[in-house]
Design a protein around this ligand. Structure first.
Ligand code: NAD
Length: 495
């Protein structure tokens, strides 16, 4: 067995061993094998990255915007060259299927394409003559050094939401990826440097809680973008805001899929299965509670149960796998404990899938619960695994009330053939991303990825024009110039 390498940080354009000595194993969730060691960087490592990012800021922010956009384009071309290797790296360290990995990388690349064009969103505006002889002009400028802290479930896509847009606007960046999926982040940052970004424009600091806490209070960091679980999002939001930083913190979810009696059942079942069990349920847009409006429930549950039993669970890179392992043994145990809680609370197990025999991988049998009461924990708490709860209700009003009672408001979907029902749902549902006959209503990169209620903290969303606003600040110049400047009226060659 070759020795397992310890990943480097990337500081000022060079691979830099972390000063902190602790490491964590990076595991392949399908085999439980250790594939690398990730350093648990501390405050000194974060400080070194901030120094490098600060040093790069003056030159990078004054680099013409077209040049910055061309660097982003070269980076995108390298992503295209390496797309198979990156997708395989996602499968290897996350566990999701190759299809899911490729799909998520494509979504990430869309954000890079958006970033290339983002400078088009920058032009300011002018109000002439706001007072006699006075004009007001609005400029957009970068913030400075910004940090991105990302979750395990989208090893490429979430970092790609952040740093291409941040840097094309003239900021410099410190990325702290999830310690569970650091290999893909390492690949992305290698490509950043191959693309010719100046040293220090994008820095990478590996680590966990300690590295995050150092970022939240580091004096040289102007803004923090975070995506992860709800308790950590609240901590990040409060701590970084108290340290005077601009913060955006996207959090957890519990997404409801409402099935109206007039829904096209076959298409609805396909959509629900893919929403709830794709990426083994480890998606913040995963459908987690089906709200079945009677009399649809018996037929719906029968079809869903048949599909859940037939899902093939296995390694993400094996052909034909529908559901891969979850990310870690502790997470598998947590999801299994929710399945036990569901049974203890009195919900009915309508279907339980099978997992590979005697595999050391972190597999969870896909599980469908029926007759779940909305107050049960499996209906309220984020499980983040291949577990789907069906709540039966008597009316659309009741369905919307069940969904709106959630502490979260990331996404919600309605399945119906009626435009009127869909419209009413759109008006009344308290969620930022709404699907109509779509189970994973992920917005395109140019639009905001926007959670409501406990799914997001901060005024802006993570992608699109809202990300451009988050990563830049405006300056208003109000100017009065002498109305009769020296030399006016004759000295100019134009006269
Ligand atoms: P997580 O909160 O455990 O980790 C996210 C980041 O925070 C990681 O970089 C991690 O190192 C760091 N972290 C973890 N614990 C910390 C602590 N105590 N103090 C400081 N930092 C800490 O989240 P995860 O398990 O990696 O990701 C899954 C979660 O992310 C789910 O809740 C999911 O809903 C959410 N998510 C949300 C969105 C969204 O757009 N709203 C998108 C993707 C994932």
């Amino acid at each position: 067995m070759p020795p397992v390498r310890v990943l480097p940080n990337w500081i000022g354009g060079v691979e830099t061993p972390a000063r902190a000595t602790g490491t964590l194993p990076v595991l392949d969730p399908a085999t439980a094998e250790t594939i690398a060691q990730v350093p648990l960087s501390g405050p000194e490592d974060v400080a070194a990255a901030v120094v490098a990012a600060r040093a790069a800021f003056a030159g990078w922010s004054s680099t013409p915007v077209g040049e910055r956009a061309r660097a982003v384009r070269r980076f995108r071309e390298l992503l295209a060259r390496d797309r198979d290797a990156i997708a395989r790296s996602i499968v290897r360290e996350h566990g999701k299927t190759l299809d899911d990995a490729q799909g998520s990388l494509r979504r990430g690349v869309e954000s890079v394409e958006f970033a290339e064009g983002a400078p088009a969103l920058l032009p300011g505006s002018t109000m002439a003559n706001v007072s006699r002889g006075v004009d007001a002009e609005l400029f957009s400028e970068p913030l400075g050094v910004v940090a991105g802290i990302t979750p395990f479930n989208f090893p490429a896509m979430v970092p790609l939401w952040m740093f291409p847009t941040a840097v094309v606007l003239g900021n410099t960046f410190v990325l702290k990826p999830s310690e569970r999926v650091p290999l893909t982040a390492d690949h992305l940052v290698r490509l950043v440097h191959e693309a010719g970004f100046p040293p220090g424009v994008v820095n990478l600091v590996h680590g966990a809680k300690e590295a995050v806490n150092a970022i939240l209070t580091a004096p040289g960091i102007d803004a923090v973008a975070f995506v992860g679980s709800a308790p950590v999002a609240r901590h990040v939001y409060a701590t970084a805001a108290a340290a005077g930083k601009r913060v955006l913190a996207l959090a957890g979810a519990k997404n409801h899929l409402v099935v109206a009696p007039d829904a096209d059942l076959d298409a609805t079942v396909d959509s629900i299965v893919s929403s709830a069990f794709g990426s083994a349920g480890e998606r913040c847009l995963a459908g987690s509670v089906v709200v079945a409006v009677e009399p649809v429930a018996d037929a719906l549950v029968a079809q869903l149960a048949a599909r859940v039993r037939s899902l093939r669970v296995g390694p993400g890179d094996a052909p034909g796998t529908d559901v891969g392992p979850v990310v870690r043994a502790e997470h598998r145990d947590r999801v299994m404990s929710y399945i036990r809680v569901g049974e203890e609370e009195g919900a009915t197990v309508a279907a339980r899938g099978t997992i590979p025999d005697r595999s050391p991988g972190f597999y969870v049998p896909p599980t469908l619960f029926d007759r779940v009461h909305p107050t049960m924990r499996i209906a309220r708490e984020e499980i983040f695994g291949p577990v789907l709860a069906v709540v039966r209700v008597g009316s659309l009003d009741e369905a919307i009330a069940v969904a709106n009672a959630s502490e979260f408001g990331n996404s919600a979907s309605i399945y119906t053939r009626s435009g009127g029902t869909a419209r009413m749902f759109r008006e009344r549902i308290q969620a930022g991303m709404v699907g109509v006959n779509i189970g994973v209503p992920a917005p395109p990169a140019a639009l905001p990825f926007v959670g409501w209620k406990g799914s997001s903290y901060g005024a802006l969303a993570a992608t699109g024009a809202e990300a451009v606003r988050f990563f830049s600040r405006t300056k208003v110049v109000t100017a009065r110039w002498p109305s009769d400047p020296p030399g006016a009226g004759g000295t100019s060659p134009m006269h």
